[in-house]
Design a protein around this ligand. Sequence first.
Ligand code: PMP
Length: 429
Amino acid sequence: MTAYKDLSKNELKALKKELTKKFEDVKAKGLKLDMSRGKPSTEQLNLSMGMMDVLTSSSDLVCEEGVDCRNYGVLDGIKEAKQLLADMMEVPKDNIVIFGNSSLNVMYDTVARSMIHGVMGSTPWCKLDKVKFLCPVPGYDRHFAITEHFGIEMINIPMTPTGPDMDMVEELVSTDPAVKGIWCVPKYSNPQGITYSDETVHRFAKLNPAAEDFRIYWDNAYGIHHLYEDKQDYLIEILMECKKEGHPDMVYKFSSTSKISFPGSGIAAIAASDANLKEIREQMKIQTIGHDKLNQLRHARFFKDIHGMVKHMKKHADIMRPKFDTVLASLEKELGGLEIGSWLAPRGGYFISFDSMDGCAKAIVAKAKEAGLVMTNAGATYPYGKDPHDSNIRIAPSYPTLDEIKLAMEVFTLSVKLVSIDKLLAKAE
Ligand code: PMP
């Protein structure tokens, strides 16, 4: 395989002609394909349909606290749901509060509370001239949307194969009191599928923030979302690590069962120190008399315990693995050795991250759209939608069928090749 950069202008032009013909043929098929969002497929949703049967009109609906789950009561989650999610999040069950169906909602509330009321008695962020968040990039667009919504300045921190650039994180966190938080997806990150190394987690726990109200927003959305039985990443548990380092309050940990049971109707939770949770419960009791306990009970009875959940995740993996393998095989076969793009092979999570040559991502996404393939907007993986290199594209293979993925990857790889050739030809002008 010859790298495109080593081809002559005439060779590139000839290749362009050949690939354009192929592209037009695919375009003529009038495809409608979508690899834009990390949604579970219908087949995956069907795995949890048993949950619909665990509670019936004749079920005993009393939870371990002795409360009728149909009624008011039990503010921060029923015991059986707390145990299940605590095991899933690898924390003691007293360090967890259960919310509604969305962890993103909890993250939003956490930032909103800090803006309006401050964190444990510190000045509310809305009264400060400047509030900053560190944003490992590429990252999750909806995290960045929350901080942008509140006018928080976002600072890009480059991701490395072991997590965010910790030299930069340590420098900014320890010297700038305006830095109040950092968004982290520490396991099978969105979009790269990177898991933070032991050293990275240790360095997080050892941070010495200039701001007393600095918090790590540890969004472990993909903690048990492995793809392979024999190749799994391991992540050190951050709450305990921060406690050991004498910073028990420095982290909020978020998770949900969105991609375990149902994204629209799962359960979400926050895990944190006693002091943080005390403050969270104070706000919570004003917001609600309690979240959906029937759904909590349904989850607890369906999965039974963490072993049930882990077994369930293997069924998800059996559906997801061939899709990831297909995307990776196509990238390797079509683009390997051409030096017009790079990617990582994650061991879990929901995404594959592709990096094109600089200045090509927007054009590739637009080109793919011409042939009926919708990808996540280029730039979405960066704060303010601005990828300084215009190179990152997130591939989400979960929702389409295998056949659709094969077609989608044909469109995608052709788009990458054509846009890269144009870029190289323009450079050669
Ligand atoms: N965090 C990350 C990193 C995600 O990728 C997603 C879903 N795409 C969420 C949170 C959303 O979680 P929830 O459904 O619990 O709001």
